[in-house]
Design a protein. Structure first.
Length: 255
């Protein structure tokens, strides 16, 4: 009695759609972790005393947390792209105003305490804007935009990118603040502007879309290739199973 083996050739992996991933860069380069890690130093540069530096460091983190709770509802209500556009616009505005005020008054905050508190207010405004948009949305997108065969890899690359860029921001912020002063906010403002442009050209709306519709959204055929591969594998399995069944029937007849 012979049994035919079931042999299935492993299908080639579909190409990794890297362009679906790159929005994750702007999570860090918008400046959020620079504010979280070095907020006392940044508040010192706005004329606050030591006690107020620590208090406001807690306040800005509370602002981000509150805004993140709002985004749980806002992402599905308004969509991903509108939140990213709105968040980038507000973050650009916040960084720009802080940079302008610091360039004019940072040399003499005691006589311009009002302008210093305006800078503090716009830092809080930045954290609210980030928490409602660029904080949660880029974490939601990787789980939505990759085909099933690449979703684990896509999520892994997304997370790796976040922490790599986090590390870079942690390294460059202290010398950036020390050597450029208000230029720190110009730097982050520029990246917020790039995030707006990147969203406009490359980030597609995924709200209300199924995973099967992502190919049409991004204009590629990763999922269709995956579906064809699955169909070929199933056809091979059924053909081998049928051949095995025929072989077993022939053996019984001979017996």
């Amino acid at each position: 009695m012979s049994i035919l083996p079931i042999v299935v050739e492993p299908p080639p992996s579909p190409p990794f759609p890297a362009r679906r991933l790159t929005h994750i860069l702007f999570i860090e380069f918008g400046g959020v972790n620079a504010l979280i890690y070095y907020s006392p130093s940044l508040f010192e540069g706005m004329g606050l005393n030591y006690s107020m530096q620590l208090h406001m460091s807690g306040v800005i983190n509370i602002c981000q947390m509150v805004a993140c709770f709002w985004s749980l509802w806002g992402m599905d209500k308004f969509g991903r792209r509108p939140l990213l556009f709105g968040g980038a616009s507000c973050m650009i505005l916040a960084h720009l105003i802080i940079a302008v005020l610091m360039s004019q008054y940072q040399s003499n905050w005691p006589e311009h305490s009002t302008e210093g508190w305006v800078c503090v207010a716009f830092l809080c405004f930045f954290m609210l804007s980030y928490g409602a948009s660029w904080g949660p949305v880029p974490w939601a997108l990787p789980a939505e935009i990759f085909p099933s065969s690449l979703r684990a890899k896509g999520m892994a690359f997304s997370t790796m990118s976040v922490w790599l860029n986090n590390f870079i921001i942690g390294l460059i912020t202290p010398p950036l603040v020390q050597n450029t002063g208000y230029g720190t906010y110009v730097f982050f403002c520029a990246f917020c502007a790039l995030s707006f442009a990147w969203t406009w050209f490359f980030v597609h709306e995924t709200n209300g879309k199924t995973l099967e519709e992502m190919d049409a959204v991004f204009g590629d055929n990763s999922s269709s290739v995956e579906t064809e591969q699955r169909a070929r594998i199933e056809a091979t399995i059924w053909a081998n199973a049928a051949a095995r069944s025929d072989g077993l029937e022939g053996t019984h007849q001979i017996t």
